[in-house]
Design a protein around this ligand. Sequence first.
Ligand code: DGL
Length: 284
Amino acid sequence: MKPSVLIFDSGVGGLSILSEVRQLLPHLSLHYLMDNEAFPYGLKTDEELIPRVLQVCTSAVRELKPDLLIIACNTASTLALPQLRQQLDIPVVGVVPAIKVAAALAAEQAAEQTDNTTAGCHIGLLATPATVNRTYTDDLIRDFAGHCNVRRFGSKELVQWAEDWITHQQPPQDLFTHLDQWLRQPEPLTHVVLGCTHFPLLKAQLQQLWPNVCWVDSGAAIARRVADLLPAGTAADGNGFLQCFWTDIAKEPGGAIRYLEALGQLSRCAVLPADNFLYKNQFV
Ligand code: DGL
């Protein structure tokens, strides 16, 4: 049997991680689970989110029996990783903002240009309103970007625009107005961390509007981490299965299903049984 991985997010964002995992490790079977009933996570309090994430993830692991869980949601990982690891007996890989990578790249570039690694090292963190304010994020910045000036921006709009892009192919209308001033002032940002898994889904549009900014996300690094943790496949193994699950009985996620179908045939597509989730009606 091929090893299987459960990839979890509140919405379509985790698909940006799933596509990297599929590309590097096509032999793995992938379950994609979105908690669309509680979307968006980035506007919820810690007190609402912690029990919700623990409940949905532990129930799904019990039901689907994956070999590894990826929390493909920075908002959930920066809050609940320790509790999840405590409650589950499989490896849990958490997606968190790639501050370390961006800070190293920015320092390298600043050093080449100015002979001084601290001057001109300006990086941005673009994430959900919840993630930009987390202690976990403060610690990442303190530990890995002490030499940089880090400017944060919490955007609920970008999350919704990424959902609309995947669901209706509706391009974001106000991207330029939304971000341009933050990107340029007081100093131009050279590197921006896409600290929400929804945002790499808009990377082509971001690159087109701001080609001089280096947009840094965690997808490829997460896929490499999974490769370290699960047995390597061979070409002879063929592709693993793809499955899609969601939590909202009333809202089948057509966009996510189409995105997954473009990667391969879906062997299962279902709302997970409602009574799996104790907190089901909490956000209705
Ligand atoms: N995709 C999620 C993240 O990486 C959160 C989006 C949301 O539900 O607000 O943080």
